[in-house]
Design a protein around this ligand. Structure first.
Ligand code: GRF
Length: 199
C-alpha cells in the first residue's frame, strides 16, 4: 500500500495531532505527517507543527475571505504535499465537500464520545461531556470515524471506552477521554497505514 501522507486540520491545542506525530516520528510505518492546516493563527497545533518541522499554514476566512479562495488555498496545499489522508484533530470548522472529494473521502475525525450517541451539531468540546453526564451514562470514550458531509455520521472505524465515575464533572470526564483519544488516534492510523483497517 502507498505511503500515507497525512494532513492534519486543527483549531486548538493539537494534542491529538501530537500523539499521532509522536508515533509517526518513531518510524517504521508507511505514513508521514506532511502538513498542518489551522483556522486559528494562535493555535497550539501550528506551534507544535513548527517544532516538529511539519509545513504548517493558517488558512481561515481572515486569510481568504471568499469561499472559493478559501477552498482553493486548501486544495493547492493538499496537492503540493501529495496528501492522501486528512486527519481532523479538533478542527472547529466544517470541512468543505471539495476537500473531502479531493482525497476520495479519506478523511478521519476523532470525537470525544461513543458515537452514534452524543454526536451531531453542537456536540463538541465540553458540551459532549456535559450531555454524557446528564444522560446518566456509565461509560463514554472516543471514536475515530470517517467524515462525510453530515456531522459525525461517517463510518465508525474504532472506539475506546472509558468509565464515567461517580462524582465526575464534565472536565474530569474530558480529561479521561482525552487520554483514550491519544491512544486511539495513533493506533487507528497505524492500522490504516498497515492495511489492517481499509478506508
Ligand atoms: C478533542 O477532544 C477531540 O476529540 C475534539 O477536540 C479536542 C481536540 O483537542 N474533536 P486537541 O486540539 O487535539 O488537543
Amino acid at each position: 500500500m502507498a505511503e500515507l501522507k497525512i494532513a492534519f486540520f486543527a483549531s486548538h491545542g493539537g494534542s491529538n495531532m501530537q500523539a499521532v506525530t509522536d508515533k509517526l516520528t518513531r518510524g517504521g510505518l508507511p505514513a508521514k505527517a506532511s502538513l498542518v492546516i489551522s483556522n486559528n493563527s494562535g493555535s497550539g497545533a501550528l506551534e507544535r507543527a513548527k517544532n516538529e518541522g511539519i509545513p504548517a499554514y493558517h488558512i481561515s476566512s481572515a486569510t481568504h475571505s471568499g469561499r472559493i479562495e478559501f477552498v482553493s488555498a486548501i486544495i493547492e496545499l493538499l496537492e503540493k504535499h501529495e496528501i492522501n489522508l486528512v486527519a481532523l484533530a479538533g478542527y472547529m470548522k466544517k470541512l468543505p465537500d471539495e476537500v473531502i472529494d479531493f482525497v476520495n473521502g479519506k478523511v478521519l475525525n476523532i470525537h470525544p464520545a461513543l458515537l452514534p450517541k452524543f454526536g451531531g451539531k453542537g456536540m463538541y468540546g465540553i458540551n459532549v461531556h456535559k450531555a454524557v453526564i446528564e444522560a446518566g451514562e456509565n461509560e463514554s470514550g472516543a471514536t475515530v470515524h470517517l467524515v462525510n458531509s453530515v456531522y459525525d455520521e461517517g463510518r465508525i472505524l474504532a472506539q475506546k471506552k472509558v468509565p464515567v465515575l461517580p462524582g465526575d464533572t464534565p472536565e474530569s470526564l474530558a480529561a479521561r477521554v482525552l487520554i483514550a483519544e491519544h491512544e486511539l488516534y495513533p493506533e487507528t492510523i497505524e492500522k490504516i497505514a498497515l492495511g489492517e483497517i481499509v478506508i
